[in-house]
Design a protein around this ligand. Structure first.
Ligand code: FAD
Length: 475
């Protein structure tokens, strides 16, 4: 009888424990992907990630085809899809790799019981993280709330399990009925095709993920510890979209950075970033309300502004602060933003515009190719100061100084805000201070070809600190 391998956030053959178990069972394999409806507490995938999902599924299907099989696509509630497929195929076992977002966990727990009641064997495996989130706990058995002790615990836990190679042969079962067509899911944008530049940056598929990792080890990892903060430098791995849908496993990344001759400080720092991803999942797993509730309930009384004109200026990259605008436009064009700039734009939304972090989280969820329920929520709360182990609210990034420090030559700004590209380095991060003659020479008419700042940063900062002391004192 066949065995069903249900692919979810693990769209790869490499280091795939569920697939490996299916192959070693000796049963013919049915490879399945289900497009599940948005369920309570989760929202549907964002538009940018749907684009990535489409291409990632297409690539997975090609890899399966190369081994003589195919990916069976179906949409609906998992229990309904599986029930139909179990009866049509006479399969008696379903395997999958675990997911750790709370709504996903709830679905899987119910499903396992349902299947077992029907006499179907249901088995799940680890794979999305280096360590199971239930494994790393404090001495008193509680979850970590602070990153540094979490990292130490991760180090003490020893090396994560070594990745397993992709199977070279799979015996597939034939499934009657062809399943659904990927194109019928309409995951790609049509008019306008706002994703037209995505394909220049993102190459889907697990082979592309491995290539990107190798390129990063060869050319980016050396110097990572210092260079990773400079958005114009190609110094980070850009592996997050691959990790988010599981085109590569963190264990594979960990393994490949083992035994290289690169400086230990760079390798450790890179692994510490992977550990931020783990920590975010640890928080989400233990505190399921992370994506929508202030971790620190002192912030429940915070007086956020509605600010729809300000929110619009932020989303479209028209705030008048070049580093903010460059980041928000990189997001439009590439479905991605450099980490340093994510912190700057998030701080600007929350503290300069006093707009609720949840609106920013939602915008990112819809526009990032790497949108991730754990990392996105944890990072937004971190910047807001409302999260576990958060950066304090009173740390307000100055967008001009951040730009000057981390984009000193203005290359990043010039790439994404071309209308001010002709400004010299002195004013590239502060066009509003440039003398009229300088602006004129650079072809800039402030308030017309490029906006004047929508808020005065110094005044906005004072206002934010006042709003913060109101909730602080009330606590
Ligand atoms: P690298 O520097 O090469 O890091 C390697 C990997 O470590 C990344 O691919 C990522 O998986 C992980 N990582 C790195 N930094 C972090 C971090 N701060 N938190 C968690 N994991 C991290 N990351 C997402 O994957 N999805 C999100 O939706 C997301 N939203 C964010 C929202 C805000 C407001 C902020 C400040 C950060 C967010 N991040 C998110 C974290 C981080 O910005 C990205 O993971 C990183 O920019 C991805 O680029 P990279 O792969 O080149 O990173």
């Amino acid at each position: 009888k066949p065995i069903i391998v249900w692919f979810r956030k693990d769209l790869r053959l490499d280091d795939n424990h569920a697939l490996q178990a299916a192959c070693s069972s000796g049963k013919p394999v049915i490879a399945l992907y289900i497009r599940e409806p948005a369920s309570d507490g989760t929202s549907a995938l964002g538009a940018a990630q749907e684009w990535w999902l489409h291409h990632s599924l297409d690539e997975l299907n090609k890899s399966l085809k190369a081994l003589g099989g195919q990916l069976h696509l179906a949409s609906g509630r998992a229990i309904d899809v599986l029930s139909d497929l179990l009866s049509a195929s006479l399969a008696d076992t379903v395997v999958w790799n675990r997911r750790y977002d709370p709504p996903g966990i709830a679905i899987d727990e119910r499903l396992k019981l349902d299947l077992q009641e029907r006499g179907v064997e249901a088995r799940s495996f680890a794979g999305q993280l280096l360590h199971e989130p239930s494994r790393l706990l404090t001495g008193s058995g509680t979850p970590y709330r602070v990153y540094t002790p979490f990292w130490r615990a991760l180090e003490r836990a020893g090396e994560p399990p070594r990745p397993i190679d992709a199977p070279t042969k799979i015996q597939f079962a034939s499934v009657s009925g062809t399943g659904e067509e990927l194109s019928s899911w309409n995951l790609l944008p049509t008019k306008p095709n706002w994703a037209r530049e995505f394909a220049d940056i993102w190459h889907p598929g697990e082979d592309a993920a491995r290539e990107r990792l190798q390129d990063f080890i060869d050319d980016g990892l050396k110097g990572y510890k210092t260079d990773r903060d400079f958005p114009a430098k190609p110094s980070t791995s850009m592996l997050s979209p691959y990790l988010t849908l599981g085109l590569i496993s963190p264990a594979r990344i960990w393994e490949e950075t083992r035994g290289t001759r690169l400086p230990v400080a760079d390798i450790v720092h890179f692994r510490k970033e992977l550990a931020w991803r783990e920590f975010s999942y640890h928080l989400l797993y233990h505190f399921p309300k992370l994506p929508y509730e202030n971790w620190n309930d002192r912030f429940d009384g915070f007086e956020w502004h509605n600010g729809s004109a300000h929110f619009h200026a932020w989303t479209t990259g028209m705030t008048g602060y070049p580093i903010v605008d460059a980041g928000m436009r990189q997001l439009w064009r590439h479905g991605f933003m450099h980490n340093r700039v994510r912190m700057v734009v998030a701080s600007f939304l929350i503290k300069d515009l006093l707009i609720d972090w949840r609106r920013g989280e939602k915008w990112f969820r819809d526009t990032l190719v790497d949108a991730d329920p754990a990392s996105n929520a944890a990072s937004w709360q971190w910047v807001a100061g409302s999260g576990a182990d958060a950066s304090p609210f009173f740390r307000v990034f100055n967008p001009v100084l951040q730009g000057e420090k981390f984009d000193p030559d203005g290359d990043y700004v010039r790439e994404f805000v071309p209308e001010i590209a002709a400004l010299g380095d002195k004013y590239i991060h502060r066009p509003f201070e440039a003398p009229a003659g300088v602006l004129e020479k650079a072809g800039i008419e402030l308030g017309n070809t490029y906006p004047k700042p929508i808020v005065d940063h110094a005044a906005a900062r004072d206002k934010a600190l006042k709003a913060y002391s109101a909730v602080k004192d009330a606590a």
